[in-house]
Every structure is written in structure tokens, then in C-alpha cells.
Design a binder for this molecule. Structure first.
Ligand code: C2O
Ligand code: CU
Ligand code: CU
Length: 481
């Protein structure tokens, strides 16, 4: 397979492909978006849809807001796929700025018109994405969002994000299948009147946050559980920068899946911390007295510009407790549903062939202000930072030299965290985001499989990514035996 190069010619060619039969005669100012259904499922191996991204007047947290909505919705429609499916998605850019699409967490080709974040879809144009889900793709909770470097934080903060679910083995575990399923897209917003305000330079450096906390675009989302029943909650933190620390009154979480799919067995947790981009699936047992129980967002201190010499002490304080959702009991499951003992079989990745180190930090650059760097460098799409060989297992050591948390994200291949500050991880899990507190050191293992071509790794505080904290990984064909 030939690697995709990012010459201007290639981009133009791809752009032209996408435009064939595109938006002729339809200017983006008119043509209001009719909302797409809340869920779109593949049929007979394919899901085909046109997905407009437009500034749209929607209801957010019970009030009107002008947001960047996919298919007229915030969050965007949930796309449901299965291994072997093909997703054919025409993205219509009805914004007045460029955008593109990323399929976060999918193990698919990062080139051509698949999960290619180097593409740019100009305003008023459309592009035909085609994403082939491999037959051995794990089941899990994934998502889509824009990835145009420099505009990612702005577009995601204005609402552009949606779930993408791959159904498979985890869904077939009998106890999981018997549970009631609910999704929670957690996201914070800021509004000035009906509009999303622009951040100050300091808010940008910190990573913009907003005071309106939503789940599925609503304040106090309602969740229902049967007495004696199980609720399978599938959570995504789609915030630009906010880290959620979650707790549900009187009910522990039984973690059954992380970013990359199911665990070997449930892990009981009192609290669940979700960094931007991260997903988790938990089972909740309806084992309490019927009543109302609150899912709370607890304060979390992710550091801030006060440690960066930007003045204004205390500007960036951890916020108070807020309610994200309420759980109510309705009906009774008879007999009561048990928790699963076992879920999936997971194998630890073998010894790596090499170790790479990545130092995460920030710096002041003349004329640019605060930038965020990996190994001292800001993002350069023309530079390859990591040349990876298909088939190889590597260990990456990440060190946070900064004063804020940095949730590190790798595209295309999931990883297994092996240690944090020298201590072994308590359980085996596939992830694509791992959060690092200041001074933390994390090691993960990754195996490069199936796909050649260029992709990226970056901080998922999207302002940090836009301010430079991203690198390029190029996957090359392995040596032939
Ligand atoms: Cu969710 Cu490269 O991102
Ligand atoms: Cu991603
Ligand atoms: Cu960061």
C-alpha cells in the first residue's frame, strides 16, 4: 500500500472528489437544517448519510442558543455501526470557516477520505468520507468531532460533537445485554445571550470552560432504573477542556469498558474521572430504595495559568459541585439481574521493541504568546515526529513537565497503560486517552496494526492542541521477513 502524501495536489484531488455532486445551487446562508433523527443505524453493512455542520438555533439547557450543530442537533446524531460496515458520510460545511471530521477512537485508515485529519473542507463545500470498519474492530463508545488544527476548540466548544457506537462482543455479554442502556454526552457550554463568547487569551491558554453543564444538551438529564435491574451508562466527555469527576448518590459504578472497549471483568469505583475525549461504560445496580439519586460533578483542580506566570491568582479555581442527571426508580426486575463476573478476554501487549519519550510542557513564543509543546516543539503537519512500523509494539513514556493536566490522545491504534509514576496499572484496559497530572509519568504500550499513513497524537484539552500540542505519527509497512 502506498502512503498518502499531503501534497497540495492530493488535497485538491480529494477536495474535488468530495465536491462531485455536492452543494450546487445551495448557498449555506439559506436552507435551514432539518434535524436528523437522534440515532442512525447501519443496515446491511452500510450507513450512508449527509451530515451538515451549521450554526443553528437549538435549545440548550432549556434556552435558545446559536450553536455549531451536526444535523441540526447538539449533540449530533448518534451513529451506530458494526464490524465490517462501511460508513459513507457526506459532510456539508455550512459554517463560514473551514472544518473537517475525525472519528475518535476508531481503528480505521487515517488516510484518503477515511479518518484523515489533514483534510480541510472549505466553507460552503461538501466532502464524502468513507470509513471501513474492520471485521475485528472492538465494540465500544466512540465519537466524531472536527479536527481542523487551530479551530478545533472553537468548533467543539460551540457544540460540534456526536457519538459513534460500534456494536459487538461486549453487547452480547448476557448481563450487559439485559441491562437498560443510556448514553450521557457530558459537555460544558458558555453563552452570552444566544451566542458562544470568544475566550480571552488566558482562558485559551487554560483551556476554555463554560458554566453550563449539560448531559445530552440538557440540564439534569433523567435516568431510569428498575428496582433490582441494571443500567448500562455509556459516558463521553465531549468538553473542550473540562475534566469531570463523577459520583452517583449511594450507587457505586461498575466499570465495564474504557475508550477502547470492554474490560475482562467489572471494576467497582466510587468515583469516575473523565478527561476530555475519554469514554467509559458503567453498570449501575438498582439495589436501593426507590427514590431520586443525583449524578454529581465534583470539583476537580486541573491546574491553571496562575502557575504559568500569567498573573491573576485564583482565576482558575476548581468549581463547586453540580448536578448532571438524576436517577429515578421505576418498575421492578423480577428476578433481580446479576452483575456479570466475566466480560471479555483481554491480553496484555508483549514486550516493546523500543521506548520513546514525550515531554509535555508549555512555553512563551515571541509574537505567539503561550504555546504548548511536545518535546519542545509545536505542531508541524510537514514534520514526522514518530515513524512507526506496522506489527511492532512500542512503549511510550509521557512526562508532564507543565502546571496543568494534559490528557494525551493517540489516533488510529489503542494503547494499554502499563504504569503511572512507576506503579503498575491496577487493571488491563484499552484506551486512547490518558490524563497526566503535573509531574506525572505514564507509560503505555501500543501495537501498530493494519493501517499505513499519517495520523496524530495530541493533548485533548483542545485549546492546547490548537496552541501547538500535537505531533505527527507515520505508520509504515513493516520489514518483510
Ligand atoms: Cu478526539 Cu485527535 O481527537
Ligand atoms: Cu482522536
Ligand atoms: Cu494540555
Amino acid at each position: 500500500m502506498k502512503e498518502a502524501t499531503l501534497s497540495r495536489r492530493n488535497l485538491l484531488k480529494l477536495g474535488a472528489l468530495g465536491l462531485a455532486g455536492g452543494l450546487a445551487g445551495c448557498s449555506r446562508a439559506e436552507a435551514p437544517v432539518r434535524p436528523l433523527p437522534e440515532v442512525l443505524e447501519s443496515e446491511e453493512g452500510a450507513l450512508a448519510l449527509t451530515l451538515p455542520l451549521a450554526e443553528t438555533r437549538v435549545e440548550l439547557a432549556g434556552r435558545p442558543a446559536r450553536l455549531f450543530a451536526y444535523g441540526g442537533r447538539v449533540p449530533g446524531p448518534r451513529l451506530e455501526l458494526r464490524p465490517r460496515d462501511t460508513l459513507r458520510l457526506r459532510l456539508e460545511n455550512r459554517l463560514s470557516e473551514p472544518t473537517n471530521l475525525h472519528f475518535h477512537g476508531l481503528h480505521v485508515s487515517p488516510t484518503g477520505n477515511s479518518d484523515n485529519v489533514f483534510l480541510e473542507i472549505p466553507p460552503g463545500e461538501a466532502f464524502d468520507y468513507e470509513v471501513k470498519i474492520p471485521e475485528d474492530h472492538p465494540a465500544g463508545t466512540f465519537w466524531y468531532h472536527p479536527h481542523r488544527h487551530g479551530l478545533v476548540a472553537r468548533q467543539v466548544f460551540a457544540g460540534a460533537a456526536g457519538l459513534l457506537v460500534v456494536r459487538g462482543a461486549l453487547d452480547a455479554v448476557p448481563e450487559v445485554a439485559a441491562a437498560r442502556e443510556a448514553f450521557l454526552v457530558l459537555k460544558d457550554f458558555a453563552l452570552a445571550g444566544e451566542r458562544v463568547p470568544a475566550p480571552s487569551p488566558m482562558e485559551r491558554a487554560a483551556g476554555r470552560e463554560g458554566p453550563i453543564l449539560t448531559a445530552n444538551g440538557r440540564v439534569r438529564e433523567r435516568l431510569v432504573i428498575k428496582r433490582g435491574g441494571l443500567l448500562r451508562l455509556r459516558l463521553l466527555n465531549a468538553s473542550t477542556s473540562r475534566i469531570f469527576r463523577l459520583r452517583l448518590d449511594d450507587h457505586p459504578f461498575f466499570l465495564i469498558a474504557t475508550d477502547g472497549g470492554g474490560l475482562a471483568e467489572p471494576v467497582e469505583l466510587d468515583e469516575l474521572v473523565l478527561a476530555p475525549g475519554e469514554r467509559a461504560e458503567v453498570l449501575i445496580q438498582g439495589s436501593r430504595e426507590p427514590g431520586r439519586y443525583l449524578l454529581r460533578s465534583l470539583p476537580y483542580d486541573r491546574g491553571g495559568p496562575r502557575g504559568m506566570g500569567m498573573g491573576m491568582r485564583g482565576f482558575f479555581r476548581p468549581q463547586g459541585t453540580a448536578v448532571l442527571a438524576e436517577l429515578v426508580y421505576r418498575d421492578e426486575a423480577r428476578p433481580a439481574l446479576p452483575l456479570p463476573d466475566r466480560l471479555l478476554s483481554l491480553l496484555p501487549l508483549p514486550e516493546p521493541v523500543r521506548l520513546r519519550r514525550f515531554l509535555l510542557g508549555h512555553a512563551m513564543r515571541p509574537g505567539r504568546g503561550m504555546v504548548f509543546v511536545i518535546n519542545g516543539k509545536t505542531f508541524n503537519p510537514a514534520r514526522v515526529d514518530v515513524a512507526a512500523r506496522l506489527g511492532e509494539v512500542e512503549e511510550w513514556e509521557l512526562v508532564n513537565l507543565g502546571v496543568m493536566d494534559h490528557p494525551f490522545h493517540l489516533h488510529t491504534n489503542p494503547f494499554q497503560v502499563v504504569s503511572r509514576n512507576g506503579r503498575r496499572e491496577p487493571f488491563l484496559a484499552w484506551r486512547d486517552v490518558v490524563n497526566l497530572r503535573p509531574n506525572e509519568r505514564v507509560r503505555f504500550r501500543v501495537r501498530y496494526r493494519d493501517f499505513t499513513g499519517r495520523a496524530v497524537f495530541h493533548c485533548h484539552i483542545l485549546d492546547h492542541e490548537d496552541l501547538g500540542m500535537m505531533g505527527v505519527i507515520e505508520h509504515r509497512e513493516g520489514e518483510r521477513a
